[in-house]
Structures are given as structure tokens and as C-alpha cells.
Design a protein. Structure first.
Length: 448
């Protein structure tokens, strides 16, 4: 993913959000820009190649006898035609790679997806009830025995655990489409519920496990965000107009939503938090300038919200969703779009530098060292409410700004003075050298 800070401000081509293998789904930096299916296909091919090259080294789970790998390839064949169809729809939504995405695209795309959080949770309790029926016994048994078997395997790395879970999703999806003959929307719903049931149980053992470096990554990004606390919405070139109370409220709600992500267990519930956060951001942008948000507006505002929120265990949550979410959710739709943008935002925050914020390198360093602070205006709607403390703060801030300006002036004067002094010293010494050259000391000594 190439971020282009030299363009001043934040810009990512919509085509760069899509899978590098060109299937039309969303890609993810965790899979080197591929979507989860293409990525798994790549690693599978690599594993098969390794096995051919070293037949006796049967490592990992793909020893060729796994029934799920057979089911998977069958599943892939069956899905490929549908995949192409869906890929076209996604392309239509975002335009071809050469076209700039039009502002309406994002808005249309997002508003066409109903926010189904409530209906989904009632779905889940219905699902749990339905599992008690004898006809659902098979599903329940398969899920329970899978949870048990995975919890029993302490030797697995988190990537292997992820592979097992993804294989399980695939075999269940195949079961619904091939054997029970469910239409795809019903099968998708079932898969949502199965994901939720399994991952709620497995959460403790697979979220941010000791065997991974997720925790270190969490600490790194947390520290990085803390160091960037001074970044303003203006520096990021967001259209957000924080002086308006409605915009401010929406930003606060977006911050709350993204922080809430850490408290959810199922990947889809975490994704819902990201989608909710994104919806508030879209509202904030819309109110700010009464026109639909462009993709760049959205990304820059999302970066701003992430910087303000510093969400707990951000990397762990992203990794967990990437590893254990049902792939369909990540590869398309609103949730997929928002998640891909969140991953982009994190990558951007890691690389954030002076040109991206429209600052000089000197200014950027001063901000990072805490020698400079941005001027933050207190929104007029807060001042109108007549809180004396806020008015005092406003006055203090104005005073501070003035002091800063005076300090800068003094520093500049001092530097100029230093320069003049240096020049003066140099001119004196060169004059002295000149005189010495004209009247060498040796000749005067010898005359005496
Ligand atoms: Zn792909």
C-alpha cells in the first residue's frame, strides 16, 4: 500500500484497497495486499510446492490428507463464477483503477447497507434456540467438537489456529450450500451465527496470545499515537469543522465506538464497532460541509479519530479480526470497506511524517519533542454557554500563543545576532591576516 504524503494531505487510490490478485475483493496489509482467499490460495500453493521439494518433511496441518483441503478446493471451484460476478459489482461501486472514485460512490455504498446490529443480535439468540432442535444436532455437534479440539491443542501457533478456524468456516459453508441447499443469504446468516458462537468461546485462548508479538505491536502503536497527540484535524486536511457542536458530537461518538471495539468478543461485533465509528465520521463530514464525503476525506478523518481515541489493544484487535473473521465479511460490503480503511489508517499513522501533515521537518521535530504546541481554538458554542473556566482558558491560551510568538521572535533575533557576531569575528581575523601578510613579523624583527 503506497501512501502518498508528497501530494500534501492524505490520498489513497481506491484501487489500492482492493486485492492485489485482482479478484475485486478488499485486500489487507496482513495478507500482503491480497484478500484472505487469494492469500490462503497462495500459501497453500507454497506449502504444496514445499512438500513436493521435501516430501519427507510433513509439517503443519496440510499433510495432504486433510479432508477440509479437498472440500476447500471443491468449494473454490463452485464459487469462482459467483466470485467473478461479485467482483464486478465491487468494481462498479468504486470505478476502475484508473478512474478517481467519485464522492458519491462512498456515500451510496455505505448508505445502501442497513445497520443491522440489533437485528443480528436477535438473530443470534434465535439461532441458539434453534440449535436445540433435533434437526440442528449435526451443526451443534460439529461446532462443539471443533471448539473442544482446538482448545485441546496447546501446541498450535496462532496462525495455525487461524487456519483451522478458516478451514472450519469453509467446510461449514460448503455444508450449507451443497448439502442443505440453503440460498446464499441464509447460508451467510448461518455462518455469522456460527462465527459468533465459536469465537465467543475461543476468544480467551486466541486473542493476543503469548506466542505472538501482538502485545509488543499494541504498545508500539499506543506510544506512537501518544507522541502524535498534537496532530490537528487541519493538519490532516480533514474537512471536519469541530467548531460546530453537531460535528463535535459525532466525532466523540466515533471515538467511543472505536474504543468499544476492544470490549467485544466476536469478530463481527468488533467489525460493527468499526462500522458504527465510520458512520459517525461520515455524518460529521456531511455536517461539516454539507456535501457527500470523498474516500480521502473519510480516510483522513478516520486517522484523526484513531489518533484522538488511541483505541486499546488496537493491533491485537485488527490481528484478531484478520485471523478469525469469516472472510466474506472482510472482503466486501460496508464492514469490509471500513476495516480496510482502518488498516490503512494504522499504516499511515506508523509512517506519518512532516510532508503528510503539511509541516516543515523542523516544525514536525519540534512538535514531536514537545517544544511546540498547536493552537487549539475553543469552539464558540462552548464559550457561548458562558462557563467562566473556559473563558479563562481561552484567555490563557491567547496569552500563551502571544508568548510563543514573542519567544520565536527572540530566538530569531538571537540567531541573527549570533550570525552577525560570527561574521564580524571572521572579518576581523581576515583583516588581521591581511595586515600580517603585508607587514610580515619576521622582517620587522630582523630590522631591529
Ligand atoms: Zn483476492
Amino acid at each position: 500500500m503506497s501512501l502518498k504524503p508528497e501530494r500534501r494531505g492524505i490520498h489513497v487510490d481506491q484501487s489500492e484497497l482492493l486485492c492485489k490478485d485482482g479478484c475485486g475483493y478488499y485486500g489487507n496489509p496482513a495478507w500482503q495486499g491480497c484478500c484472505s482467499k487469494c492469500w490462503r490460495e497462495r500459501t497453500r500453493r507454497q506449502q504444496q510446492k514445499n512438500q513436493k521439494d521435501h516430501p519427507q518433511a510433513i509439517g503443519g496441518r496440510n499433510d495432504g490428507t486433510s479432508p477440509t483441503s479437498y472440500i476447500f478446493s471443491k468449494f473454490e471451484e463452485k464459487k469462482s463464477s459467483e466470485k467473478a460476478r461479485r467482483a464486478n459489482t465491487v468494481r462498479k461501486l468504486f470505478g476502475s483503477s484508473k478512474q478517481q472514485s467519485k464522492p458519491e460512490n462512498v456515500a451510496v455504498h455505505l448508505s445502501s447497507v442497513p445497520s443491522t446490529q440489533q437485528s443480528r443480535s436477535s438473530d443470534f439468540s434465535e439461532f441458539l434456540k434453534s440449535l436445540r432442535k433435533p434437526s440442528s444436532q449435526l451443526i451443534q455437534n460439529r461446532c462443539l467438537s471443533f471448539i473442544e479440539s482446538l482448545q485441546g491443542r496447546r501446541d498450535l501457533t496462532v496462525e495455525q489456529q487461524s487456519d483451522h478456524v478458516q478451514d472450519f468456516y469453509q467446510s461449514m459453508a460448503t455444508h450449507f450450500t451443497d448439502f442443505t441447499g440453503y440460498p446464499s443469504d441464509r447460508s451467510d446468516k448461518m455462518m455469522d451465527n456460527i462465527e459468533k458462537m465459536i469465537m465467543t468461546q475461543l476468544y480467551k485462548s486466541v486473542f493476543c496470545p503469548d506466542t505472538s508479538d501482538d502485545e509488543q505491536k499494541d504498545l508500539l502503536i499506543q506510544k506512537r499515537i501518544r507522541m502524535l497527540h498534537w496532530v490537528t484535524a487541519e493538519m490532516l486536511r480533514t474537512p471536519l469543522c469541530e467548531e460546530q457542536s453537531e460535528v463535535n458530537d459525532n466525532i466523540l461518538s466515533a471515538i467511543t465506538a472505536i474504543i468499544e471495539m476492544d470490549s467485544k468478543r466476536a469478530p463481527q461485533d468488533k467489525l460493527s464497532c468499526i462500522s458504527r465509528c465510520s458512520n459517525y465520521i461520515f455524518k460529521a463530514i456531511q455536517v461539516s460541509r454539507s456535501s457527500p464525503a470523498t474516500a480521502d476525506d473519510f480516510l483522513s478523518s478516520l486517522i484523526y479519530v484513531v489518533l484522538k481515541a488511541n483505541p486499546p489493544r488496537l493491533q491485537s484487535n485488527i490481528q484478531y479480526i484478520t485471523r478469525f473473521c469469516h472472510p466474506n465479511r472482510l472482503m466486501m460490503g460496508q464492514a469490509g470497506y471500513c476495516f480496510t480503511n482502518l488498516c490503512c489508517a494504522v499504516t499511515f499513522i506508523e509512517k506519518l511524517d512532516a510532508p503528510a501533515l503539511n509541516l516543515t521537518h523542523e516544525e514536525f521535530d519540534q512538535y514531536m519533542r514537545g517544544q511546540r504546541a498547536p493552537v487549539r481554538r475553543i469552539p464558540p458554542f462552548l464559550l457561548q454557554e458562558g462557563c467562566p473556566g473556559l473563558k479563562q482558558m481561552q484567555k490563557n491560551q491567547e496569552l500563551l500563543t502571544e508568548l510563543h510568538a514573542r519567544q520565536d521572535k527572540i530566538l530569531m533575533e538571537a540567531k541573527r545576532f549570533e550570525k552577525e557576531l560570527n561574521e564580524w569575528t571572521m572579518s576581523i581575523s581576515s583583516q588581521v591576516e591581511e595586515i600580517i601578510a603585508k607587514f610580515p613579523l619576521t622582517s620587522s624583527v630582523s630590522k631591529m
